[in-house]
Structures are given as structure tokens and as C-alpha cells.
Design a protein around this ligand. Structure first.
Ligand code: ZN
Length: 71
């Protein structure tokens, strides 16, 4: 899992609803695979997928940023 950069985070935060959309779409299909990712020909991507991981990182950073800005 590549670390999330500040540019990545700003991209997510500049696009209202994108982060929530990704977190809604990239979910476990019940069998350990991502519902949203098309995956390779032989099957779907394992879940949590890379996009899910990045979205979760962004969500944590967003929450942290919001808390830091309360002062
Ligand atoms: Zn996915």
C-alpha cells in the first residue's frame, strides 16, 4: 500500500462526496472481494482493494486535519 501524499489528500477533499462515494462502493462482496473493482480476467480484486485502502487513509487524514483546525 503506497503512502498517501498531501496532493492525494487535497484531491479527495477538493471533490465533495468523492471520498464517501469510494467508501460506499468499494466494499466486501461477502466473499473477500471488492464489489466495485473490475479486477483481472480470472476474478475480482481481493478486498480491501488498493482504492479502499487509499480512501480510508484519506478519511483518517481528513478527520485529523479537521481536528487540528478547530483552534
Ligand atoms: Zn475496490
Amino acid at each position: 500500500m503506497p503512502p498517501l501524499t498531501v496532493d492525494d489528500l487535497q484531491f479527495f477533499l477538493r471533490t465533495p462526496g468523492l471520498l464517501d462515494h469510494l467508501l460506499e462502493q468499494h466494499i466486501d462482496d461477502g466473499g473477500g472481494y471488492c464489489k466495485a473493482c473490475p479486477g483481472p480476467q480470472s476474478g475480482r480484486h481481493r478486498w480491501p482493494c488498493q482504492i479502499r485502502g487509499i480512501a480510508e487513509q484519506a478519511e483518517k487524514l481528513r478527520d485529523t486535519a479537521l481536528q487540528d483546525n478547530t483552534g
